[in-house]
Write a protein that binds this ligand. Sequence first.
Ligand code: NAI
Ligand code: MG
Length: 353
Amino acid sequence: MKKHILVVPGDGIGQEVTAVGKKVLERIASKFGHEFTYDEALIGHAAIEATGNPLPEETLAKMKASDAVLFGAVGHPKYDNDPSAKVRPEQGLLKMRKELGLYANLRPIKLFDELLGASSIKPEILKGSDILFFRELTGDIYFGEKGRKNDGDTAYDLAEYSRFEVERIARKAFEAARTRRKKLCSVDKANVLETSRLWREVVQKIAPEYPDVEVEHQFVDAAAMMLIKDPRRFDVVVTANLFGDILTDEASQIAGSMGMLASASVGDSTGVYEPIHGSAHDITGKGVANPLASVLSAALLLDISFGLKEEADTIIAAVDQLLKDGFRTRDIADATTPADKILNTETAGQELL
Ligand code: NAI
Ligand code: MG
């Protein structure tokens, strides 16, 4: 198969982990006889430094012209400490999602058995957890009108959802539930928020079209609690942009570390595949970032954008084998991990495939 992949490393550990994700794609191509070509483009802080724009037109054009994007992360401490900075790395990320119509963010929370002990949650509660989140990605409070009034003393962010936006992500989640354990949990705050009332109304309206899927509605606060109390009760979860952002960071503790969680953003055009973590300034440049989230993002890329299921499964099996062999990056290591089994970003890549 001939495909063109755009690698957009972004900032911080985004650069370090996507290098490993790309290497794994190269190995898969040679193992299975595919012809993947690659290009690179700038986003985030790196793009601001080079062009003044967090998402240069050239990057956007390259994204639209590619078959899939392997993405890293954006961010720099400079902006975290200066909330008033007008040009910001995350503007590039949000604009990319909007421009490419990436309205569905799939976040599989997959727990590798070998990492049962890496979580702060008890193994007997975690064992067998397997959740697929559908986070809506192009609406909600992140994209509504925002600003200040009363001489800057009052700030506002407007949350907005249309029926159309809710329905298209809900349908994707229903369809995914059909291929799994046929359970869908829709998470909202319909007791308080109008956007959530519309959300629930839309999900209830289309539910009869999926009679084989068992639907439940949960308030986000209760869902946050249930997620660590009894993660096994969840199969597919669908939720709004803000709730999904927060719940999936929480859910990363089911998988053991942020460094283990991959995501796929899909919608109207090219799919973008990226770790759920950010640019992690605290470990940038130290070479210790766990690259497995990027490697597993590469697997999602092969599966979802190219339909290469066997190739994707080969990557997941290789990650499983690496963990079975006792290797750990620092974020998932514990006191029992022998020193010669501790991997850094680069050696983790070398141990795979
Ligand atoms: P973060 O996800 O970058 O890091 C949170 C914590 O998890 C840190 O202690 C970090 O060291 C650890 N961590 C994250 N990924 C890891 C990996 N692969 N291996 C080992 N440890 C890992 O979130 P944080 O610290 O809140 O934000 C840092 C920057 O990233 C900020 O500028 C923020 O705006 C940006 N960010 C970007 C995102 C994106 O590009 N999608 C998402 C979230 C944050
Ligand atoms: Mg987040």
